[in-house]
Structures are given as structure tokens and as C-alpha cells.
Design a protein around this ligand. Structure first.
Ligand code: ATP
Ligand code: MG
Length: 144
């Protein structure tokens, strides 16, 4: 039933836990696994009618892409016998995860409950929360 699984990876411990969970699931179901690391591109946000714009997160370099690729490939090797496709994309994480889920026609998206910016007052991070709402398929949120 679950044949094609997409995992969102941001390099945080909860996202690595999500990868391990997905690899265990894939080894039992023979599912195809893809790890997707989205490098956030700067977002330009209007801050008021006349006051202009702010830009979030710094511009990213070739080096960030190489580090992200190395990380997903490293995690992919941590379970013997599970084949993993790794992808690194530039963009907005939620839109990119949902778009890749759609174009790859995956049956399941797996994300961690939290990421890098874990603020204790929130149950879920904003990426996992929005992926649950906007993904085109079931979403599994891994909480450890
Ligand atoms: N840039 C990303 N690329 C791929 N997957 C991501 C990305 N960011 C988050 N995720 C996925 O979403 C999960 C939850 O991270 P999220 O960013 O929602 O939480 P957070 O960092 O604690 O909070 P927030 O970013 O909202 O302040 C991660 O474990 C990972 O699976
Ligand atoms: Mg985050």
C-alpha cells in the first residue's frame, strides 16, 4: 500500500529520527524512499503599506548545497539494504515538500515533529504543521 515515501530533512535531530523511522518502514514494506532537504531561499516580506520590505534568512551558497547533499547521503547509509534517493532543492520548505510529493506521486510524507527552532510552547514546528495541512497525501509526523 505504501510504495513511495518522501521524508523532509532539515538536518535537525528530529528530522534524522524521521529518516530512521522511514527507513525501518521502507525495509518492511519494500517502499521506495526519497530524502528531500530544502534549502530555504530568502523570502521578501512586505512589512507595511509604506515602510518597505524585510528579507528573511541569508542568501545561500554552493557550499550549503554540498553540505546538505553530504548529510542526506550520510543518513541514507545508516540502514543496510534500504535504497534511498536523495534530493536537495532551493525554495520554500512547505511548498517544495508538497510540490515534490505531488510530482513524485508519493503515498506518504514523513517529517519530524520539530526541527532546528524547537520552541517549547509549540506542539509542532510550523513546517510539519503546514505539511500536514497541505500535502496531497497522508503525512506521518515522527515524535521521539
Ligand atoms: N527545510 C526543510 N527541508 C525539508 N524538511 C524540513 C525542512 N524544515 C523542516 N522540515 C521537516 O519538518 C520537521 C519539523 O520542522 P519545523 O521546521 O516544522 O520545526 P521547528 O524548526 O522546530 O520550528 P519552526 O521552523 O517552525 O520554527 C523537520 O523534522 C523536518 O522533517
Ligand atoms: Mg524549522
Amino acid at each position: 500500500m505504501v510504495k513511495n515515501i518522501l521524508v523532509g530533512v532539515d538536518g535537525s535531530k528530529p528530522s534524522v529520527d524521521a529518516c530512521h523511522f522511514a527507513m525501518d518502514l521502507a525495509s518492511q514494506t519494500q517502499a521506495q524512499l526519497t530524502f528531500l532537504f530544502v534549502i530555504e531561499t530568502p523570502q521578501v516580506i512586505p512589512v507595511g503599506p509604506l515602510s518597505g520590505y524585510v528579507t528573511t534568512s541569508p542568501a545561500r551558497s554552493e557550499d550549503d548545497v554540498k553540505k546538505a547533499e553530504a548529510l542526506v547521503q550520510q543518513i541514507a547509509k545508516e540502514r543496510a539494504g534500504v535504497k534511498v534517493i536523495t534530493r536537495v532543492e532551493l525554495g520554500e520548505p512547505v511548498d517544495t515538500i508538497c510540490e515534490v510529493a505531488r510530482t513524485m506521486a508519493v503515498d506518504l510524507v514523513v517529517v519530524g515533529a520539530r526541527g532546528h527552532n524547537a520552541a517549547q510552547r509549540f506542539l509542532l514546528g510550523s513546517v510539519s504543521d503546514r505539511v500536514v495541512h497541505h500535502a496531497p497525501c497522508p503525512v506521518l509526523v515522527v515524535r521521539r
